[in-house]
Design a protein around this ligand. Structure first.
Ligand code: TYD
Ligand code: MG
Length: 458
């Protein structure tokens, strides 16, 4: 008998090589090629049959049947810009334990309550476990069907039997196609299973949501191939130790990827956070040195976050520089500019900086606030607590305006802040607060301390 033909596929990027090599030529990762049997495929013409598609003038293409169905989980609908589009395939990615199954169950319950027939396929937990969770979430509508299964042919049979409008597969890494010899979760398996589900979704105009685990470095585990296959990729993020969860669209064929969804994990499931800034600032202690609020932008959403810095005498030869929730490169840059252009040395000092509340702020718009927090931490003088600062710090010590300054300041004004330190070039018509314009970081540091003196005197 002839030996089955095999190829080698990269478990990181999915590239195929005819022979084993130590390094993938696609993504240059080491030791990622895995042997795989090439499945015999029927001749193409036989497999696809005659076309069912009819070309139409573009204006006559009917869109009514493709209106998104709302999940009634407000923050999810915000990110999806309406809801799940029939026939679409969405991947919900996130680290284990972040709340993917919970979000999915709540979304399916919302869809089922509004009359959509939904099927939840759990390939990780037992049906009893999911039912118990659904009970706690108050998610037991009659239109929500549940099955615990892992083999793809069985899954497709369940879809055939229930004929749902929406199917959720939790997770795609635990489903397998028995015709393939590789283990569940391998690139070949995930690719094949996702491919088949995509095809079935399009044929039945059924929306599918596939849960995908991500690795520590944030890639969808192994198969980045999934991202190309599907219409929407959602990423569910957050710190395990904080209740806050952020939902973003990494790819979205039916709208922009700029919307940010915010949830809080509570005892009764995920709850939307309509006013995140108020939540982030709830525990702030005014009058603490090294603390300032920065209006940052995440997608379209302005958020007020507290940036904190602590400076302490170092007992090690190379002082520590720690940045939690901030870009460590930007921290190094801001420290260097303070040293060179504001004559504020940080040698022999450990520097710790955090964005309070487990939020990540990697944009340059937080530079100025970070610099002012560092300067305040170093001097031990607290900054006035009704001041916000936003702007990018340049290597020459100059300040640059960041986009959407007006929106950021409007959010600050809404939450009761009365002064804003902004770059001199910022737009003229800024809403609701007293604007202090400064051209350089040195001026900004002086303005913040003058402001403090003025407040003390009055
Ligand atoms: P889960 O949705 O199972 O995460 P994933 O599917 O991403 O692995 O839930 C993760 C955690 O959320 C779990 O450790 C328990 C917690 N949790 C709550 O705090 N409240 C709840 O109502 C639920 C259902 C879960
Ligand atoms: Mg889960």
């Amino acid at each position: 008998m002839a030996r089955a033909r095999t190829t080698y596929r990269c478990s990181e990027c999915g590239a195929v090589e005819p022979k084993w090599t130590g390094r993938c030529s696609g993504c240059e990762a080491w030791n990622t090629l895995v042997e795989e049997v090439v499945a015999a495929t029927p001749p193409l013409a036989e497999a696809i049959g005659p076309s069912g598609a009819v070309p139409l003038p573009i204006a006559e293409v009917d869109t009514a049947a493709w209106a998104p169905a709302a999940t009634h989980v407000g923050e999810l609908d915000r990110v999806l810009q309406g809801g799940l589009v029939p026939g679409s395939v969405t991947v919900l990615g996130g680290e284990p334990g972040i709340g993917k199954s919970t979000l999915l169950l709540q979304a399916l319950a919302g869809l089922a309550k509004s009359g959509q027939r939904c099927l939840y396929v759990t390939a990780e937990e037992s049906a009893q476990q999911v039912r118990l969770r659904a009970e706690r979430l108050g998610a037991l509508p009659p239109n929500l069907w549940l099955v615990s299964d892992t083999a793809l042919p069985h899954l497709l049979a369940h879809i055939e039997a229930v004929s749902p409008n929406v199917v959720a597969v939790d997770s795609i890494q635990t489903v397998f196609e028995p015709a393939l010899s590789s283990a569940p979760g391998s690139v070949a398996q995930v690719r094949e299973c996702a491919h088949r589900l995509v095809r079935v979704s399009k044929e039945r105009a059924m929306s599918s949501v596939l849960v995908g685990h991500v690795t520590k470095d944030g890639a969808l585990a192994g198969p980045r191939v999934l991202e190309h296959l599907v219409d929407t990729v959602l990423s569910f993020e957050g710190e395990r130790h904080h209740a806050l969860r952020l939902l973003r669209a990494v790819k979205h064929r039916f709208g922009s990827t700029d919307e940010l969804g915010l949830f809080e994990m509570t005892g009764s499931g995920l709850e939307g956070v309509p006013d995140p800034s108020a939540l982030f600032l709830a525990d702030r202690r005014p009058g603490t040195p090294g603390s300032i609020v920065a209006p940052v932008l995440d997608g379209h959403r302005p958020l007020l976050v507290e940036i904190q810095a602590l400076v302490a005498k170092s007992v090690i030869p190379t002082p520590r520089r720690s940045a939690q929730g901030l870009d460590s490169g930007r921290l190094a840059l801001v420290i260097a500019v303070l040293q060179q252009h504001v004559e504020m040395p940080f040698a022999e000092l450990d520097v710790h900086t955090v964005v309070a509340g487990g939020v990540k702020t990697l944009e340059p718009g937080a530079d100025l606030a970070l610099a002012l927090a560092l300067s305040s931490a170093r001097s031990g003088q607290p900054l006035p607590d009704d001041v916000v600062a936003c702007g990018e710090v340049g290597l020459g010590g100059e300040l640059r305006q960041v986009h959407q300054t007006a929106r950021r300041l409007a959010e600050a004004a809404r939450l009761g802040f009365r002064r804003a330190i902004v770059p001199a070039s910022a737009p003229l018509d800024l809403p609701g607060l007293e604007v202090i314009r400064v051209a350089t970081l040195g001026e900004a540091v002086r303005a913040s301390t003058d402001e403090l003196r003025r407040r003390r005197a009055s």
